[in-house]
Design a protein around this ligand. Structure first.
Ligand code: SF4
Length: 415
């Protein structure tokens, strides 16, 4: 799969769990969740009881995960449980959806009824804008066969400069999907050789219920003709381009794929807890250095505290992660530098991609009907000087950024 020697070395060193699952040398976390027994009657349990059982099983999961990593336990000897830790997570997300707090807005609206909508403007149904083999992600993520990326519609932030505005600002983009159809999309991508399933948007957090249920269904699955015809409406590439093979996707007889959370990280604490035992690698954005900029450019309060806490949590858990920061014009001093400083202080060895590809989009694009004068400061590309300033600052802080950032940068080699 990953044929390039240097790339393999990076992956083994910095993203060891992700790499092992991607190569089917280890089972994805969700396969372990299936093997932990839930002792509750899920039909009767209250929210508090579900949380308590989740806490208990989370501890058991961590022990099992270490044992699997160290080859102290044989996967083959672990029995699938009913109900399992994964079933418990499904029940939990269903309960949360009735008083939604998937993200930091904590709207507490009942999305199953849809009478009142939260900030994301979503009811229960999830929609997928498109899905495909993504070759634009970072090298360790896209490999040679692409990242199996699934784009969900709508978002919980309101970024004036959104680079995916057609999906995140249009909640009716794409096709409505059930958990089963989502699982089929993921299955198809992995069987075609994708190195991971990359949940992105918009924002995946606001679709947590559909995603967790889809994960619980991941297995050997052949779509009916009708299902295939339906999901292919959202596939942005020809179906016949890739050969499907079990060789790409199985670990000891079970469908296996690393799950990647590609998110703005504006998530609630309970969402973080639910993700911990099912996500194999995180790809979080860290956009703003201050709440002032987050409110002005994304209409998002409590940004820095929420997002930095979530980054710190993943780092403390010891999970594989790769942080993205987009350099924005006129925001190097107030955003780029404080973000890089925070990373250097709190997680100095983490992989960082400092991206220089910002271009004016949506409300920041002077040629768009959506252009808004209030965002005129973002109506241009960052200058060479701003980009070099960001890179030099990252260098002075000793950050691990060159590997990923210079790959696509226009200016990197002149820094
Ligand atoms: S996902 Fe976030 S924005 Fe949407 S209803 Fe839930 S808490 Fe509100």
């Amino acid at each position: 799969m990953y044929k390039l020697g240097f790339q393999s070395w990076i992956l083994r060193k910095h993203l060891p769990w992700y790499y092992a699952v991607s190569l089917n040398e280890r089972p994805a976390k969700y396969l372990l969740c299936r093997r932990l027994k839930c002792d509750l009657d899920l039909n009767d349990a209250s929210y508090e009881e579900l949380l308590k059982e989740h806490e208990k099983l989370s501890k058991e999961f961590l022990t099992l995960w270490e044992d699997i990593k160290e080859d102290r336990v044989k996967f083959k000897e672990l029995k699938i449980q009913n109900p399992s830790f994964l079933d418990l997570k499904v029940k939990l997300v269903d309960k949360i959806l009735e008083k939604c707090e998937f993200c930091r807005w904590h709207c507490k609206v009942d999305r199953t009824k849809g009478e009142k909508l939260g900030t994301c403007q979503l009811e229960e149904t999830s929609r997928v804008g498109c899905y495909f083999h993504h070759f634009g992600e970072e090298l360790p993520i896209r490999g040679c066969k692409g990242s199996g990326t699934i784009f969900f519609t709508s978002c919980n932030m309101r970024c004036s400069f959104c680079q995916n505005g057609d999906i995140s600002h249009d909640k009716l983009n794409g096709i409505p999907i059930s958990p089963k159809l989502l699982a089929l999309m993921a299955y198809q991508l992995r069987m075609e050789g994708c190195h991971n399933i990359n949940f992105v948007g918009g924002e995946p957090t606001i679709h947590l219920h559909t995603i967790v249920k889809a994960i619980s269904l991941l297995d050997f699955m052949e779509p009916t003709e009708e299902e295939l015809y339906y999901i292919l409406r959202a596939k942005s590439e020809f179906y016949f381009l890739y050969k499907r093979s079990k060789e790409n996707a199985f670990y000891q007889g079970e469908f296996n794929v690393p799950l990647l959370w590609n998110s703005n990280f504006f998530m609630s604490h309970i969402t973080m807890k639910i993700l911990r035992e099912i996500i194999d690698i995180y790809l979080p954005d860290f956009k703003f250095g201050s709440d002032k900029c987050a409110i002005k450019l994304s209409k998002t309060p409590w940004y820095f505290e929420t997002v930095s806490n979530n980054h710190r949590l993943v780092y403390e858990w010891g999970d594989d992660m790769l942080i993205r920061h987009l350099i924005m014009p006129n925001h190097v001093e107030c955003c780029t530098k404080p973000v890089l400083e925070w990373i250097a202080k709190n997680m100095p060895d983490v992989l960082v991609n400092i991206m220089d590809q910002y271009h004016p989009e949506y409300a920041c694009d002077p040629f768009s009907v959506n252009f808004d004068e209030r965002y005129a400061e973002l109506a241009r590309r960052p200058t060479e000087r701003e980009i070099k300033d960001a890179y030099n600052y990252a260098k002075s802080l000793g950050l691990n950024f060159e590997l990923l950032s210079y790959e696509k940068s226009v200016y990197s080699y002149k820094v």
